[in-house]
Design a protein around this ligand. Sequence first.
Ligand code: FMN
Ligand code: ATP
Length: 320
Amino acid sequence: MMRTLQLTFPLPSPGGEGPPCGVLAIGDFDGVHLGHQEVIGRAVERGRELALPAAIMTFHPHPRQVLGMDKYTRLLTPLPAKEKRLRELGVDTLCVVDFSKSFMCVTPEQFVEEMLIPLGVNTVFVGFDFTFGHRGAGTPDTLCELAAGRFAVEVVRPFHMDGQKVSSTLVREALLAGRVRQAAHLLGRPYHVTGTVVHGDGRGHSIGFPTANVEVREPYVVPANGVYAVQVEVRGQKKAGVMNLGVKPTFGSDLQEPVLEAHLFDFDDSVYGEEVRVEFIEYIRAERRFESVGELIEQIGRDAREARNLLTEENSAEML
Ligand SMILES: Cc1cc2nc3c(=O)[nH]c(=O)nc-3n(C[C@H](O)[C@H](O)[C@H](O)COP(=O)(O)O)c2cc1C
Ligand SMILES: Nc1ncnc2c1ncn2[C@@H]1O[C@H](COP(=O)(O)OP(=O)(O)OP(=O)(O)O)[C@@H](O)[C@H]1O
């Protein structure tokens, strides 16, 4: 069972429970993409070899949000999703460091002396481009020097795909451009959001395509507006469907925030109030305004067929 520790700087003197963080990987790890998985995998493996707990240190809120970059209010993996993923990857301890304005001023020396040393780390894993401390002054080399032999530092080489360094930024850019296929490629699994099914305007039924309206409660990055082939996990079962993510311009709505509406195939249970997980498999088209509801209905029919075909092909390819 993974445990989560909330840490604030400076750490109190170590308690009597023994060091919780034998082998520690440090970073934001937003999205837990394939580059992150490389770093985390190495730490977990080393932990097993040394019979020490494998831990991740991450920062919350996202440091860039604290630095004033508002788009980092939204995350690829809000904390509960990150916890779930890290647990699946075999991590023993997640240390969530409270990233406040004052933590921003902590120097690399202080970070080592007043955070890493009290945690009793044996080995620290960081990526080649890891920076830490005030103004990002610390680098993997600095970390090595400051450790002064008290813990080992392992630097992970860049993990590339298609000639690019895999990064959270790249995943964000892909999602905001609707390229959910590329995002899945970088993440090693489809991008997903979780939410609760809420009541819509009730129009879906009357146009022949009932939809589950998903209200996203955690601060997820939401992909570009458009129509997507999706897999929705409801009550522990995956259902194929087609989703419109947008503001429904045909109905002249003045929605500020896009809504997520999924029409699930071969499904007619009432799922109001239930928690669902939406996986974005493929982008189908941009959302648009139709001259008549009849045209919209025809187009939704085509979208549904396209999504169904795509997902059937996908599933049969997975079975091979
Ligand atoms: C696959 C799919 C594609 C859709 N595409 C559009 C679109 O391009 N433009 C639009 O205005 N509404 C689009 N809609 C939204 C419908 O207008 C919406 O589902 C319907 O109004 C029901 O809304 P309600 O659940 O709030 O009652 C689409 C819905 C689905 C399921
Ligand atoms: N592609 C990669 N290869 C190797 N190490 C990586 C890679 N991406 C991230 N890391 C390392 O994993 C840790 C967490 O990375 P972090 O989340 O800060 O990076 P990122 O994905 O590049 O994010 P961003 O795009 O927001 O800068 C850091 O130690 C970082 O150096």
